[in-house]
Design a protein around this ligand. Structure first.
Ligand SMILES: Cc1cc2nc3c(=O)[nH]c(=O)nc-3n(C[C@H](O)[C@H](O)[C@H](O)COP(=O)(O)O)c2cc1C
Length: 207
């Protein structure tokens, strides 16, 4: 499958894998080396097997074995949620980069926050003030713009779920979400969540 992609692609091809299926022998390193030989540009490894789904912890040591066993860049993935886990994961795996999945859901500013907290050289964020409430609101509004581009006036069936993610753990969020049940248009829903985020007091936030 990878060879077929490489044959026709005019751009570099990266591959994302788990640590094998978790049923037979562990072939994660062997698979990575075979992919490297085929000519992929880089490989992203989620440190769990298929069988594990999301149980247990991502095995960053095994990702390190793959980093040591190939020449191409390895991107480590699994359980990175903040600057502390970023640092630890990069220290253990020695990976060329990281991929973040669940930690970015409802909190896309996580990428900026981590780079800022680790003192990496980055350009300023698009939101005006570096406080969590302002960042969250900016991201929610951007989400609404993209949602509109994708769905137009049609209802984005994921919008309520995403509204929950964007407000998870914030003060008064549960009460605000109850009110969303009766909302029928995405415009109204977008507005309600925006108003809620606008009225948050950044001092109260520990996000
Ligand atoms: C909603 C959702 C959708 C995902 N879709 C894919 C996918 O299409 N392909 C894939 O390789 N991994 C997919 N994943 C797995 C993530 O890319 C990632 O490997 C996994 O969540 C572990 O990283 P995390 O601990 O940062 O979440 C998905 C994960 C989530 C939560």
């Amino acid at each position: 499958m990878v060879r077929a992609c490489l044959d026709v692609a005019e751009v570099p091809i990266s591959v994302k894998v788990r640590l094998g299926t978790g049923t037979g022998p562990n072939t994660a390193l062997e698979v990575a080396q075979r992919l490297e030989k085929e000519g992929i540009y880089r490989i992203c490894v989620h440190g769990r097997t298929l069988k594990q789904r999301y149980s247990g912890l991502a095995d960053w040591e095994q990702i390190r074995d793959i980093v040591d066993g190939v020449e191409i860049p390895v991107i480590a993935n699994g359980d990175v949620v903040d600057s502390a886990s970023t640092k630890l994961c990069m220290d253990i795996t020695k990976s060329a980069g990281l991929m973040i999945g669940r930690g970015a859901i409802g909190m896309p500013n996580i990428f900026y926050d981590i780079k800022r907290d680790l003192g990496w050289n980055i350009s300023p964020p698009p939101w005006k003030e570096d406080n969590p409430a302002v960042a969250r609101l900016w991201c929610w509004k951007r989400y609404l713009d993209i949602s509109k581009q994708v769905y137009g006036e049609k209802m984005n069936k994921n919008i309520k779920r995403h509204a929950i993610s964007f407000t998870k753990g914030l003060p008064g969020a549960s009460a605000m979400r109850v009110q969303l049940h009766s909302v029928t248009t995405q415009e109204e829903l977008g507005k309600r969540v925006s108003q809620y985020l606008e009225n948050l007091n950044p001092q109260e936030l520990k996000i």
